[in-house]
Design a protein around this ligand. Sequence first.
Ligand SMILES: [Zn+2]
Length: 147
Amino acid sequence: MGRPHRIRYVERFPDFTYFKPQSDTFKKGFEVILTIAEFEAMRLKHHQRKTQTECAELMNISQPTFSRILDLAHKKITEALIHGKAIRIAGGTIGIKKIFLGYGCLKCMNEWEDRQASEINKKSVACPACKSKNLYLLKKEIYQQEF
Ligand SMILES: [Zn+2]
């Protein structure tokens, strides 16, 4: 058995996950599947213009692995462009980095999410569980695993 796969981190899911050539002869299911990690590799390298080292670090993988993923992404897209295949972005075990923003209650230890949470807004907020105003601002990075 090989080493277990390290979780590959991505910032978020792509907004568009299906691309199809404009052709009357296109057959449904004629497609290449780009994993979300492969999409993320291209996004970081070619859109965010980060170095390979930065990309590998952000995705929690080694540089050779990053390079391999990027190469695979290029090959798949090239194949789609040449043969008129659709591109579907889906799959792979990935972790999504999310910022949890909210408050914590010092009285009852309740924690809740609030996207408008800030030191200023805190003054007008009370704990939904015990109504205490003795709160602290809570900001943490959480990792959610997706398949
Ligand atoms: Zn409370």
